[in-house]
Design a protein around this ligand. Structure first.
Ligand SMILES: [Zn+2]
Length: 172
């Protein structure tokens, strides 16, 4: 397994719409393992392939609490089937937008259909943090970020800050 570099704002790759995965093979399973290692090391609750620069519809997630038995999930070509009527507010962070947190209201329950590590079509019902994380990561596959939930003014402020940081990092 290998830890992969995570791309961050303002990298334009983050705005790409990821293409469906055509085949679950050993190469893809290696990518899943590397993404899980990268996510746990960060640490983060979820990671989409686009965040390591690969525009394919694949995400990994583990919403278990610290001290609990880890429960890694790999979702290939995930599609939300149903969203519940109740809403949940969570202050979300993103490994691609370090040190920024955005309070976002999303449906608190969902059902998602996806292809698993073995290439089997599955359906999963999720609630709480797991439901939030799955929606956050699926947003990544469509090029959508947590800053898109902010007002245009606040979003521009965040983007400007990251552009400035990128410029000063280049200058070093
Ligand atoms: Zn994110």
């Amino acid at each position: 397994m290998a830890k992969l570099p995570i791309i961050t704002l303002p990298d334009p790759t983050l705005r790409k719409v990821s293409a469906p995965v055509e085949r679950v093979d050993d190469e893809l399973r290696t990518l899943m393992d590397d993404m899980l290692e990268t996510m746990y090391a960060a640490p983060g609750v979820g990671l989409a392939a686009i965040q390591v620069g690969i525009p394919r519809r694949l995400l990994v997630v583990d919403a278990t609490e610290e001290g609990e038995e880890p429960s890694p999930l790999c979702l290939v070509n995930p599609e939300i089937v149903t969203l519940g009527p109740e809403m949940r507010v969570h202050e979300e962070g993103c490994l691609s937008i370090p040190d920024v947190r955005v309070e976002i209201e999303r449906p608190s329950t969902l059902t998602v259909r996806y292809v698993d590590r073995e290439g089997e079509l599955r359906e999963l019902s999720a609630d709480g943090l797991l439901a939030t994380a799955i929606q956050h990561e699926i947003n990544h596959l469509d090029g959508k970020l947590i800053i898109d939930f902010l007002s245009a003014l606040k979003r521009d402020m965040v983007v400007r800050k990251f552009k400035k940081q990128a410029r000063s990092a280049e200058a070093l």
